[in-house]
Unconditional design. Structure first.
Ligand SMILES: [Zn+2]
Length: 269
C-alpha cells in the first residue's frame, strides 16, 4: 500500500512539475491555463469595473506604450522558444488605476494594472519598464499558479476546484487576490522571496529586449527605499520582499548576464 501511494505521489509530481523558462527553476503547478485564464479575464474585468481609471492621459499612455513594447518582447521570446500555443492565449492589456498604493500586478494571460501610487517610484519610462518587466515576469513564470498549488492555499479551500466551476464567492476572490498580489494580502505568501528575485531577473531581460535602460531597475529600488523610509510602517508587501538593498545588489550583479540573454533572445527568430 505504501508503495502504491509513493508511486502515485511521484506520478502526480512528474505531471505537475515543470521548469521556469530562462531561469530553469523547477516549479509545481497543478492549475492549467484552461482553468486559470477564463477566471483571470473575468477577475480583471470585474476589478476595472469597481476601480477608477486614472484621468492623467500622459501617464496612462506611458503605461500602455511601455506595456506594448515589453509584451512584444515576451511574445517574441515565447514564439521562439516552443511556447507558441501559450503566446496565442495571451490577451495583453495595460491600465493605470487611481489608487495611492505602491503597487502594480499582472494576472495570467497578460492583464496588467499599475496604481498611480507607484508612478513616482517609476519616475520615467525606463522606470515604468522596470516595474512592467517585473510584473509581467511574475505572470510569465506563473508564480500565482504556483502559489495556488502550494499546500497553504490548497488548504484554504481548493481554489483549483473553484476555478474549474468558476465559482464566484468572496473566498474564491480572496484567494485569487492573494495569489496575484491584488490588494495587500501579499504578506501571507510563502514563496515571496524566490519569486521576487526571479521576477527581478526575468524583468530585466525583458526590459533590455524591449530597448529600455536596465540601470533604471536599480534606480527604481533606490527610489523605493527613499520613498518608504520614515513612513510609520512600510507597505505590507515590502516586508516580505527581499530587502531593497539586497535587491539592488542582485540586479547590479545580474546586469551583464541579462544583457547577454536579451541579445541572444533578440537574435532568435
Ligand atoms: Zn513582485
Amino acid at each position: 500500500m505504501k508503495k502504491i501511494i509513493s508511486i502515485l505521489f511521484i506520478a502526480v509530481y512528474l505531471v505537475s512539475c515543470s521548469t521556469v523558462p530562462i531561469t530553469g527553476r523547477k516549479r509545481m503547478n497543478f492549475v492549467s491555463d484552461s482553468q486559470v485564464l477564463p477566471m483571470s479575464f473575468a477577475q480583471y474585468k470585474g476589478f476595472l469595473a469597481k476601480n477608477k481609471l486614472s484621468t492623467n492621459a500622459r501617464m496612462t499612455n506611458e503605461v500602455k506604450s511601455v506595456g506594448a513594447r515589453i509584451s512584444k518582447a515576451v511574445d517574441k521570446f515565447m514564439r521562439a522558444n516552443g511556447m507558441k500555443a501559450e503566446a496565442d492565449r495571451y490577451r495583453w492589456e495595460f491600465n493605470l488605476v487611481e489608487d495611492k498604493q505602491l503597487n502594480a500586478w499582472c494576472m495570467p494571460g497578460g492583464k496588467v494594472v499599475f496604481y498611480t501610487g507607484i508612478m513616482p517610484v517609476c519616475d520615467n519610462v525606463n522606470g515604468i519598464a522596470a516595474v512592467m518587466g517585473h510584473e509581467v515576469a511574475h505572470a510569465f513564470a506563473k508564480h500565482g499558479q504556483e502559489r495556488m498549488s502550494s499546500a497553504q492555499i490548497q488548504q484554504l479551500g481548493g481554489l483549483a476546484v473553484a476555478l474549474g466551476t468558476m465559482k464566484k464567492d468572496p473566498k474564491t476572490a480572496q484567494m485569487w487576490n492573494m495569489a496575484y498580489g491584488v490588494g495587500s494580502k501579499l504578506g501571507m505568501l510563502a514563496y515571496s522571496r524566490t519569486h521576487e528575485t526571479e521576477a527581478d531577473k526575468l524583468g530585466m531581460v525583458f526590459m533590455i529586449m524591449a530597448g529600455y535602460d536596465p540601470k533604471e531597475a536599480v534606480n527604481v529600488w533606490i527610489r523605493m527605499s527613499q520613498m518608504t523610509k520614515g513612513a510609520n510602517k512600510p507597505p505590507e508587501f515590502l516586508s516580505t520582499h527581499p530587502s531593497n538593498q539586497r535587491r539592488i545588489q542582485t540586479l547590479r550583479a545580474f546586469l551583464p548576464e541579462a544583457k547577454r540573454l536579451a541579445e541572444k533572445y533578440n537574435r532568435s527568430k
